[in-house]
Design a protein around this ligand. Sequence first.
Ligand SMILES: [Zn+2]
Length: 176
Amino acid sequence: MISPDKKYSEEELRRTWLQDFLMKNKSKKNENQIILLKDLLNLINANDPKFRVFMKQQISKYHKAEKQNQFNRELIRRLKIQNSKLLKQLEKMKIERRQSKAIVKDLTEQANSLTKFNRTLAEALGACPVCWGNNTDCKSCSGNGSPGWVKPIRKLFNLYVLPVWQHSIGKSVGSG
Ligand SMILES: [Zn+2]
């Protein structure tokens, strides 16, 4: 430790200061280093002008470094917040995308199922599966494809149409 009462040679002062400085600042922050440097500067009280200039430069450097560190810490803090927000948004979008995919898959399955059933029913009734006779521009039937347009497929007719007929008129219409 530098003593204010002792007279040091320049070399002794530098060495003592350095040892002192390193020992005291193993785990301290810049703020503490600045205080220590100021204290040391007061202790040696400009006995050595070169040393004093050196100390002032060091203090200035530490101030600048601390300012930059503060700025960096704030920048990092803000970037972390932004990053966290972006990650949350990304997670939300991933979930939404999965949900959208599931909805599209479900709708596609439903559409396929309805298309298939439409064709089956049209074949059971001998109707045009494209327009059921409702479109004069239909390439398949030119608007003539209402039920009975072609011969129904018997197996499908018996399965889907016959039971309804039997129920509504209360009697069999034969199996021919
Ligand atoms: Zn048609």
